[in-house]
Every structure is written in C-alpha cells, then in structure tokens.
Design a protein around this ligand. Structure first.
Ligand code: NAD
Ligand code: MG
Length: 300
C-alpha cells in the first residue's frame, strides 16, 4: 500500500486531474472501466482500511465499475465480505476487481445478471445471502443514464427502461434483502445531484433519482421499526463509464465536471468514505439522510 492514502492532507482542487480530454468517449452501453480514458481512481493503491466494517456482509449492485467498484474496495479493506452484481457484458471489469481483492485475501464474489427482472433480483439476494451467510449492508448503486438532447428524442421505451433499471430494481432487491437483515443493518442508495437540479437532457434519469431520494426518505421511516437504517449518497459529476456510453453528450465530456466550484470532476474513490460512514455503526443516529458529494454544487 502506498504511503499516500485517503487521509493525506492536500489541496482538494488539484488532488485529481481535470475533466476528460474527449478521447475514446463513445463506448457502447454499458461502458467498461477498463476502456475509460483517462483512467479513473478507485482507490486500488490509495484506500487504507481501519476495521470500520469488520465482519459485515455487503451486497453492492453495479459493483464492477465506477462508484460501486470504489465502494467494494473500501468495504473489503474495512473488513467486510462483499458480493457485487453487474451485467454479464461487464465480466471483464468484475473479474479484474475480484482478482485484485482476492489476491489481497478478501472474500468477494460476483453474481452477474439483469436487475430489471424481479426474478433475477430475488435470486441475486438469495445467492448473496448464501455466500455471505446473511446480509447486513445493501448498496443499491446500479443505474442507467442516457442523455437525449430534445424531448422529442426521449422515447417511452427509454423512459420505461430507465425507471425499471434505476428504481423498480431498487424495490425488488430491497424487498428480497430486508428478510435477511438484522437490527443494525444499513441500506445505502445511490441518488444524484440530478434529483435536485435536473439537466434538460436527463429527464428520465433525473426523475428516477428524484424517486430514489423519496424512496430513501420513506423507506427509512418504514424500516426503523426493524432497526434498519436507510440513507443515500448524491454524487455530483464523477468520472465513471456511465458518462462515456451516452450518459453525457460527447461535447460535454470535454471538460466534464469543470463547472463545479472545485473545478474538476470527482473520482470514484472520493465517494467511498461516505458509503463506508453510512454503512458503519459510526452513523448510528442517521437515517433518511442524503449525503452530497458534489465538488461544491451542494444539495438544497
Ligand atoms: P458505472 O457505469 O460504473 O456503474 C453503473 C452500473 O450499473 C454498471 O456498472 C452496471 O453494472 C449497473 N447496471 C446498469 N444497468 C444494469 C442492469 N440492467 N442490471 C444490472 N446492473 C446494471 O457508473 P457510476 O457513475 O459509478 O454509477 C453508479 C451510480 O452512481 C448510478 O446509480 C449513477 O446514477 C450514480 N451517479 C453517478 C454520477 C456520476 O457522475 N458518475 C453522478 C450521480 C449519480
Ligand atoms: Mg460497469
């Protein structure tokens, strides 16, 4: 592990590089982290654990790449066992993550499949609970984002698929997972700054993120009866493959994230501490909260 880790003090504006150079910006959906140019930082050599999730059992959707990948690295290094879900076409990213962590002696398994299907979501949760011998952290992080530059181009089919991927699946997976979750367990949902400040070209996506924020607030009130806490993280512009496969128009990729006060996009590793904090008992008095990690764009 390098000397340099997430605790090393430095000027945050220059901690990571500025936005994309616009190269290699058209990957098919879903894009791969391996092909992301410039490469993103997931904490492989940077994230140092401190036993904050010792003995915990976590299921992370969209764990192959981007934010989910950084969260998987952080959770394992904090002492948790982890199952990640991803699409079969992302096997390459998932495999490299599983190899990295298995080589370190961590316990991690990948279960590929499409979370738009309720039957698969139930199977995923059951298999994860089998492997982990329970589930006490659920990170609902998978998501689909397709930019359309006019209302006319946004089809009913896209609108429906975005809802099925981003929010219906969250209900299916949570419904199946809660049965396994003991008091003290935590659920963390990936929402977005788009929930509060929707971009014109992301109408369907931003609407699902608004739904996820409301789902998080409401579910927290329902599940506290079982001693389960539910919170969310709202990222700003983060350098991940979702942006390169139509999540942003190509012209916006050049200089991506430079409009925020910090003047640069966030890297996936910069999200991991918020997900660790919300999963761990350190955040015991927090439920129904959304933490913004936005480079200064802030939540309302
Ligand atoms: P990413 O592409 O690395 O991760 C998204 C993952 O979602 C994919 O890896 C894929 O495994 C999964 N996924 C998509 N459709 C699926 C399906 N049908 N079945 C199973 N899995 C599916 O990108 P990311 O930016 O790390 O995204 C993670 C989360 O963060 C998403 O919910 C996204 O909306 C949210 N988010 C990202 C940003 C950003 O700027 N990158 C900003 C705000 C919120
Ligand atoms: Mg991926």
């Amino acid at each position: 592990m390098s000397e340099h880790n997430q605790f090393t003090m430095q000027d945050p504006r220059y901690q990571y590089p500025p936005g994309d150079t616009g190269k290699n910006s058209n990957q098919p959906d879903p894009a791969l982290d391996r092909k992301l140019s410039p490469a993103a930082e997931h904490g492989d050599k940077i994230y140092k654990g401190n036993g904050r999730l010792k003995g915990r059992k976590a299921l992370i959707t969209g764990g192959d790449s981007g934010i989910g990948r950084a969260v998987a690295i952080a959770y394992c290094r904090e002492g948790a066992d982890v199952v990640i879900n991803y699409l079969p076409s992302e096997e390459e990213d998932a495999h490299s993550l599983i190899k990295l962590l298995t080589d370190e002696g961590q316990k991690i398994k990948g279960i590929p499949g499409d979370i738009k299907e309720e039957g698969f979501c139930q199977k995923l949760v059951n298999e994860a609970a089998d492997f982990l011998e329970g589930i006490d952290i659920l990170v609902n992080n998978a998501g689909k984002q397709q930019h359309q530059d006019s209302f006319d181009k946004l089809t009913s089919e896209q609108f429906r698929t975005t809802f099925e991927t981003n929010i219906f699946s969250m209900f299916y997976i949570t419904k199946a997972a809660v049965k396994f979750m003991p008091p003290g367990a935590t659920i963390i949902n990936s929402t977005s700054i788009q929930s509060y400040q929707p971009s014109a070209g992301l109408l369907d996506y931003a609407s699902t993120k608004g739904a996820i924020t409301a789902f998080t607030h409401g579910l927290a009130k329902l599940l506290i009866d079982k001693g389960i806490r539910v919170n969310g993280v709202a990222p700003g512009p983060i350098w991940t493959p979702i942006q390169q496969s139509g999540g942003q128009p190509a012209k916006k990729l050049d200089g991506f994230g430079e409009h925020v006060p910090m003047g640069r996009p966030g890297q996936p590793v910069e999200l991991a501490p918020a997900y660790v904090f919300l999963a761990s008992q350190e955040s015991s008095y927090m439920t129904a909260e959304i933490i913004g990690v936005t480079g200064g764009e802030h939540l309302p």
